[in-house]
Ligand binder design. Sequence first.
Ligand code: 9MR
Length: 492
Amino acid sequence: MGVNAFPRPGARRFTGRLYRALAAATVSVVGVVTALTVTQPATAAASTLAEAAAQHNRYFGVAIAANRLNDSVYANIANREFNSVTAENEMKIDATEPQQGRFDFTQADRIFNWARQNGKQVRGHTLAWHSQQPQWMQNLGGQALRQAMINHIQGVMAHYRGQIPIWDVVNEAFEDGNSGRRRDSNLQRTGDDWIEVAFRTARQADPSAKLCYNDYNIENWTWAKTQAVYNMVRDFKARGVPIDCVGFQSHFNSGSPYNSNFRTTLQQFAALGVDVEITELDIEGAPPQTFANVVKDCLAVSRCTGITVWGVRDSDSWRSNQTPLLFDGNGNKKQAYYAVLDALNEGTDDGGGPSNPPVSPPPGGGSGQIRGVASGRCIDVPNGNTADGTQVQLYDCHSGSNQQWTYTSSGEFRIFGNKCLDAGGSSNGAVVQIYSCWGGANQKWELRADGTIVGVQSGLCLDAVGGGTGNGTRLQLYSCWGGNNQKWSYNA
Ligand code: 9MR
């Protein structure tokens, strides 16, 4: 049982902004202080989103509206910064088949050709959807609608066969809220199997295309909708229904906020054997840190193949009043842009991976202590009390069973056999206690490479209250901020 502290974060990396600041500082004192040296990064930081993402073999894309391509500010930014393009509306059903059996690719081709001329990949969006159906389709039902859906998929994919490498085949087929059910729609009423029929049809229509299911409100691992889509994908993989990828739209706002368990979601889906993509990213108010977190989540998951933001400038957004994008209405780079660029450049300077990936000690690898970095003390169940609701504390490390925790393959910390480290809430200050194990997300924890232990339900860090280090200090959940009272080593 050798002590096995989490890997230390690597040597401080110069992120783009820090590097720029240091470089500027050097210039301002040149000739005065000659001893000051700045270590040059091995690889120069990339200066556009596409280049920075390409260093990780990811694409960085944007939703494009055909009627804005004549706006030179818009087109210049789109061309300079992005290497993947999604048609915001032009490849949808109402645009491509306005009358039954009569396809029209005028607007779709404007975007496709612009992307082609500028060397960009196109993500196809979207073939089967309850929304933006032309009137004739809205009026159909039953077998006629099922056949119309099949014809539509075949017609659109035939036009772009071999030329659009990724398609959103089915969009938004699940209900919001806690039901975990399919969304009611005319397509759903043709029978539960409509989704798999769509995927099988798409595979036949263009065997070279990667086929995605795309949805929103499936980013938070604890949400019923997320679990429902996960179960569908698992079932499809088990039964051989052709599905290659899941698109997480990632329209984050106050009603659907980003949660750091997004990384868990991406990992869990990827573990089913599909790629994952962030397909329509925008965030209310464009908080730089949240944008950076989303980027880091994608970089932490090897099957996360790319990120698309849903528009160029705030003024182009479907939610322009929320100013949720990376460029302001004048086309200036926002703080969120620099946060994204820095997050993409981080970890490439020294050839290293993402800065704070989860680590997984071998499950079933025995029990061990969880020792606080600030305190040197261990997480302890007071007096070996096995009652549900007993709050844990810091205490001098010893070999007693009330400090022996087993990290399981499902992410629990077990003690006394069937008790789990349990969060008694999901916001700052929530108590941390032991409770009978029941499989809940409040009993699951992610170990991060920087030594933090993050609650899967809350996305918050396991924290010694008030930065306390003494015997008897209680533990709680608290926003992760990098302090040593939130860092731990686990020696199982
Ligand atoms: O951004 C699109 C907006 O211009 C359209 O009016 C709207 C119509 O439904 O669709 C928007 O794009 C949606 C995307 O196709 C699917 N996910 C949600 C997007 C935002 O509504």
